[in-house]
Ligand binder design. Structure first.
Ligand code: AMP
Ligand code: MG
Length: 491
């Protein structure tokens, strides 16, 4: 039996300027270290066959499966605010697209599969550590209910990649509803290729926003739809303490999925100014800056779409500004609604926003753990004697003062304590991919070829809202000597 991929490729049918045709570069000795069996089934693939040596060769890019049309996609992008007219897939190759069980078109992409015409000075490869990190965090995001690319498989290549030291090489199979980014539009905008922008926009509408096909002004509606999805996405990031770390326009997906897990991290103690990425020296992509940067990135997208809006540039700009103006309100509504749920409010009243802000301020002052404070607040809603929420605060009296006001507020609603606790536990995860856990798992894999910790972490994170009494240690914040202060790009 050979592995069958039911490819139905559409991107590679677009004009040649959209990509470069390039096959993955074969590797020495591929070994499958993780297959996401449930996702394979969802994609219409046979997980048993993917686990054979032939499957591992495909997932490592050593064999190209029948029906694949491997391409590296062209894109540009603003990196830390600096425009780079040509980036492109330098170490990723799109094998093709399949229609999944829900009828959704999905890209199957190999990341780390060798050089492409877009590699510039890079080797086109990925190291095992970043591949495992992306696998863990993207699947954790999925389990948290946040739109994201997913991870189908990780293989080691049997070769080394040279970074600061020699490291084991690996390939991640990434699944996305598409890999089209704000930077894909910028690639054509900087070349003043309006026809390509139109082709790309049409492709995106059919693929991601089919409801807009018959809109009166489909390109305006497209911008509005992307703005809405990004605003919602960034709100969801904030609500779980996620910091993307490298929100460049080339890492901003048009479909509204979280993409490109490089130096990303979840915060432990709540600090709005938190930055983990070693290269983010100015804090451009700090936790609380993410909404502002999201809008900045969308403004770059709007600039690309102006020629499709109107021949009258002033008119086009005014229309774009109008659409971008919705970002703040959409974000704020999603964020405030999410926060209300996090503290167990079923209704909306004057003063709620201030009450919640006071909690966040107290958390910041008291270095309270973001995840555990909200999770344990759910326990306190169920049982006023449950004291783990207050224990997150350096000065528990601050929490007591706030909790008094909170109890008065929730008493105005008819829901029972048990109902409130269940609702809170459904939105406040017990388990997030804590940096120190992710690091420990990577060290075991890279140094000792031991994947048991990776397997266990992935398993725990698949059910983030369940208590999992056998795995409580995974909920713990790092001890002072376990704290991860910096994260690094996957290059
Ligand atoms: P990233 O920081 O992963 O979003 O990547 C930014 C750009 O650098 C993209 O165009 C990547 O394809 C490219 N790139 C990153 N790492 C490598 C590598 N090892 N080899 C070639 N290109 C790379
Ligand atoms: Mg990228």
């Amino acid at each position: 039996m050979t592995v069958h991929f039911p490819f139905q490729n559409s991107y590679s049918a677009l004009p040649d300027s959209f990509f470069a045709r390039v096959a993955p570069t074969p590797v020495a000795a591929p070994r499958l270290i993780k297959l996401n069996r449930l996702l394979a089934v969802q994609l219409g693939l046979d997980p048993d066959l993917l686990e054979t040596p032939e499957g591992a060769e495909i997932l490592a890019g050593k064999t190209v499966p029948a029906g694949a049309d491997p391409i590296a996609m062209a894109y540009a992008g603003h990196q830390f605010g600096q425009f780079v007219p040509q980036l492109g897939d330098g170490r990723a190759i799109l094998l093709g697209e399949v229609i999944d069980r829900d009828g959704i078109r999905r890209d199957i992409q190999l990341k780390g599969s060798g050089p492409t015409p877009f590699s510039r000075r890079g080797d086109g490869r990925a190291a095992l550590g970043p591949v495992l990190r992306e696998y863990i965090v993207s699947e954790a995001m999925y389990a948290l209910g946040i739109a994201t690319t997913r991870s189908l498989a990780a293989v080691v290549t049997g070769e080394h990649v040279i970074r600061e030291t020699a490291l084991p090489g690996a390939v991640l199979t990434r699944i996305a509803s598409s890999h089209i980014r704000v930077g894909t539009f910028q690639f054509f905008a900087v070349r003043r290729d309006t026809e390509a922008i139109r082709r790309l926009a049409d492709h995106v509408i059919v693929r991601h926003y089919p409801d807009l096909l018959h809109a009166e002004r489909p390109y305006h509606a497209l911008l509005a739809a992307v703005v809405a999805r990004q605003a919602d996405l960034v709100a969801r990031w904030l609500l779980v303490g996620f910091i993307h770390g490298v929100m460049n326009t080339d890492n901003t997906s048009i479909s509204g999925e979280t993409i490109d897990y490089g130096p990303c991290a979840f915060m432990d103690s709540y600090n709005p100014a938190q930055v983990f990425s070693s290269i983010d020296e100015m804090g451009r992509y700090a936790y609380a800056n993410q909404p502002r940067i999201g809008l900045w990135n969308l403004t770059r997208l709007a600039e690309c779409l102006l020629p499709l809006f109107s021949d009258d540039q002033e008119k086009a700009i005014a229309e774009a500004q109008d659409i971008l103006g919705a970002f703040s309100e959409t974000f704020s509504n999603a964020y405030q609604a999410g926060l209300r749920k996090k503290v167990g409010l079923f209704t909306e009243r004057d003063g709620d926003e201030a009450l919640i802000q006071d909690l966040l301020d107290a958390m910041a002052k008291n270095q309270a753990d973001f995840t555990l404070t909200f999770r344990k607040l759910g326990d306190a809603a169920g049982d006023p004697a449950a004291g783990d929420a207050r224990a997150q605060f350096m000065d528990p009296a601050t929490f007591d003062e706030w909790a008094g006001r909170w109890r008065e507020r929730i008493a105005l609603e008819p829901q029972s304590a048990a109902e409130r606790q269940a609702a809170m536990h459904a939105v406040n995860p017990m388990f997030i991919p804590r940096n120190h856990r992710v690091e420990a798992v990577i060290q075991a894999a890279v140094n000792d070829d031991d994947y048991a910790p990776f397997e266990e972490l992935v398993k725990v994170l698949a059910k983030p809202f369940e208590d999992q009494p056998d795995h409580v240690a995974y909920a713990d914040p790092p001890l002072p000597d376990q704290r991860v202060l910096q994260t690094f790009c996957g290059t």
